[in-house]
Design a protein around this ligand. Structure first.
Ligand SMILES: NC(=O)c1ccc[n+]([C@@H]2O[C@H](COP(=O)([O-])OP(=O)(O)OC[C@H]3O[C@@H](n4cnc5c(N)ncnc54)[C@H](O)[C@@H]3O)[C@@H](O)[C@H]2O)c1
Ligand SMILES: [Zn+2]
Length: 333
């Protein structure tokens, strides 16, 4: 299969390119990082790139939490306008297969249960609660402590920041494209992806990169809140393999199918910091109590649909992956 990989020069995209090659496919990179003119928002650049292409693997996006809301227009432009231009060009070129880099951020706080009220959806955490060190969301009905659960793909969407909103809109655009073209769209909702080539710390980077960058400077990883935030850290080679599985799958056309792409092994951010620091030989992490508004407390996936329907399974375990990551090169180092 000849596959156009948008964002193919990025962290995840470059691993997807490698995995496609290893699987006997022909990846074609389309990325502004590779060449200034290769912008998905530019129809004049996208259309010729689709010539002879069987499928598109759409990784290009502006990522991370960013600066709050001041860069909202840039997120919407790269992520949503970019996706719309790409889909229109695909419709015209007759390309009927799309795999989209989705994200667990579409779920917001994820899934919780209250002993009295069952499954509940706590609202955004207030600055006052966070400042006072009350990090755990509480039951919206009775205020009781909640138990975090695994989110399934049918959990309601609840984006909590600009980036999350643009990732959700990408899925809706892809679904609309699939319906009107009878195309096949798959969204892989990645959880926290880490591994070699991850961009070093910027306001747009993920938490594993902050810790890894600190350790490389000889500084302690600074763990926000109390370190008890639960996440699913999934290795970038496993995510790349999920993309290949989704591209090769015999998925029904005419709609979008979403799959959680996580390791299935939740860990806390504090555990991740310790694993990395230990593998690196120190210094030990410090828990700072700082927070970022817009971060969610716990979000962990049920990725069994991806395993069952696409025959994918993660190969890189947490300890092994973190040991490799502690010594791996980051992009920009
Ligand atoms: N890293 C994670 O943990 C994570 C989690 C969930 C979802 N995702 C998604 O995975 C995808 C890849 O993210 P990443 O972590 O590899 O980030 P990245 O920044 O390393 O890669 C994104 C690439 O897209 C390119 N790009 C951005 N805007 C573009 C445009 N308008 N036209 C052409 N190219 C453009 C960038 O140059 C970059 O190389 C994104 O869609 C992101 O939303 C990542
Ligand atoms: Zn309750």
């Amino acid at each position: 299969m000849r596959v156009l990989v948008t964002g193919g020069a990025g962290f995840i995209g470059s691993h997807v390119v490698e995995a496609l090659r290893a699987g006997g496919h022909e990846p074609v990179v389309f990325d502004v990082r590779e060449e200034a003119g290769q912008d998905v928002r530019d129809r004049g650049a996208v259309s010729p790139a689709l010539a002879g292409v069987d499928a598109v693997c759409h990784q290009a996006a502006m990522v991370g939490l960013g600066n709050g809301v001041t860069d909202a227009a840039d997120y919407v432009s790269h992520n949503d306008l970019g996706t719309a231009v790409l889909l229109a060009a695909m419709a015209e070129a007759g390309v009927r297969r799309l795999v989209l880099a989705g994200s667990m951020v579409v779920y917001g706080e994820g899934r919780y249960s209250c002993a009295r009220h069952g499954v509940v959806r706590p609202g955004p955490r207030s600055a006052a609660d966070l400042t006072a060190g009350r990090f755990e969301p509480r039951c919206p009905s009775c205020g009781a402590d909640l138990v975090p659960e695994l989110v399934g793909e049918d959990a309601p969407a609840d984006p909590r920041n600009v980036y999350a909103t643009t990732k959700l809109a990408q899925e809706h655009l892809a679904a609309a494209w699939a319906r009107s073209t009878d195309g096949t769209a798959v969204s892989l909702r990645y959880h926290n992806v880490y591994g070699p080539g991850m961009p070093r710390d910027t306001p747009y980077a993920g938490v594993a990169s902050f810790f890894r960058s600190a350790l490389a400077r000889g500084a302690a990883p600074r763990v926000f809140e109390d370190g008890g935030q639960r996440r699913d850290f999934v290795h970038v080679r496993d995510v790349a393999a999920a993309n290949v599985a989704a591209l090769e799958a015999d998925t029904a056309g005419g709609g979008l199918t979403a799959y959680n792409a996580g390791s299935g092994e939740p860990h806390t951010v504090g555990e991740m910091a310790r694993a990395l620091a230990t593998a690196h030989g120190g210094p030990d992490p410090v828990v700072t109590g700082e927070f970022r508004l817009g971060d969610v407390r716990h979000i962990t996936a049920d990725s069994s649909r991806l395993r069952n329907e696409l025959g994918w399974k993660p190969e890189v375990g947490f300890e092994e992956g973190m040991r490799e990551f502690a010594a791996a090169r980051l992009r920009g180092e």
